[in-house]
Design a protein around this ligand. Structure first.
Ligand SMILES: [Zn+2]
Ligand SMILES: [Zn+2]
Length: 339
């Protein structure tokens, strides 16, 4: 297959296109949902308003308030004076790995992640809304309260081992993030009345939940930007796909045309040779001057090594194994000229 390379590129490109396309569709849906989501103040009217809704539920709303733990807050593991309500700890390994063509490239891999949460509300004055499943938010702005990078001290053995395995550890990074109590955040999600209180949770219709320090407009701008850059990727991938399809089609068309032309030329040559031969053939032949197979055309071909001149060219094209006179194996055939 002479367009194998193009096909491989096309396959990869289509894959990227599908991924970006899906991402774009998702971002467009999220943008629209967020744009339409009402921003409601947390006050005494919020509960009243919610009770009037069908199922006492609002599918997608934006609320703002400050984070307040229900009960005791979490203490940071690394700096215990800091308290919060959501906590994640990640241990990341930094390493260099041998990539294509023998180059070493840096990469990171999370080797351990853990999280913790306590129930909390976001509060405005006397009123508040409980946040459920905050850790599953698609965007979760937390403060980094601790970060430490420890370079690995490698022994000679580790170096030699790394040379063979293609992976060498550079260091370990520990990061602790916390959603601090008291921080003022925007929460986006599904709002409902539960046991007399209000709670916000990840929407059941698949829209993303957000817990962010950004305002609704900033968040919307960020989503719009991501949407535009994804659209650009989709357009670029689409163009590349179209160009590749064009190249492949042209190659296939050219090859087919070449094959057709060659066949035509071969047929023409064959035809003109047959014509020429039939013009040159003498007509009044004796019995022994005629081909032993068709008994019509003159003898024109010698079978070797037996040396019998016994076939016309047409019959010689079909007979390849044994001489029709002596049954000897035919090794080659040649044109014979009888003067
Ligand atoms: Zn013949
Ligand atoms: Zn023979």
């Amino acid at each position: 297959m002479d367009c194998f390379q193009e096909l491989v590129f096309l396959g990869i490109d289509v894959l990227v296109l599908v991924v970006c396309g899906n991402q774009y569709i998702k971002l467009r849906k999220n943008c629209r949902a967020l744009k339409e989501a009402p921003q409601l103040p947390i006050d005494e009217n919020l509960g009243e308003r919610l009770r009037k809704e069908p199922d006492q539920k609002l599918k997608y709303v934006v609320i703002r308030g400050s984070v307040t733990p229900i009960g005791r807050p979490l203490h940071s593991a690394m700096s215990p004076s800091v308290t919060g309500v959501l906590q994640t700890m990640t241990l990341t390994e930094h390493r260099v790995a041998r990539a294509v063509m023998g180059f070493w490239q840096e990469e990171k891999q999370i080797i351990h992640a853990s999280s913790n949460e306590v129930p909390f509300r976001i509060v405005n004055g006397k009123h508040g809304v409980e946040i459920v499943n905050g850790l599953s938010a698609e965007l979760l702005d937390m403060d980094t309260v601790y970060e430490n990078y420890e370079p690995s001290s490698l022994s000679l053995f580790d170096h030699v081992f790394g040379l063979f395995s293609g992976v060498r550890q550079k260091g370990l990074q520990t990061t602790e993030q916390l959603l601090r109590d008291g921080s003022f955040i925007t929460a986006v999600g599904e709002l409902e009345v539960e046991n007399g209180g209000l709670r916000l949770q990840p929407p059941t219709n698949g829209a993303p939940m957000f817990l962010t320090t950004a305002t609704k407009n900033t968040l919307l701008n960020r989503l719009e930007q991501a949407k535009s850059s994804t659209l650009l990727k989709v357009l670029i991938c689409g163009t590349i796909s179209a160009v590749l399809v064009g190249l492949i089609t042209r190659k296939i068309y050219k090859r087919k045309k070449m094959e057709r032309d060659e066949r035509k030329l071969r047929e023409q040559l064959e035809k003109s040779r047959t014509e020429r031969r039939s013009r040159l053939r003498p007509t009044n032949l004796t019995e022994e001057q005629r081909c032993v197979v068709c008994v019509e055309n003159p003898k024109e071909v010698i079978c070797l090594p037996c040396g019998h001149v016994c076939l016309c060219e047409n019959c010689a094209a079909r007979i390849n194994l044994h001489c029709p006179v002596c049954r000897a194996v035919i090794e080659t055939k040649a044109a014979a000229f009888i003067a």
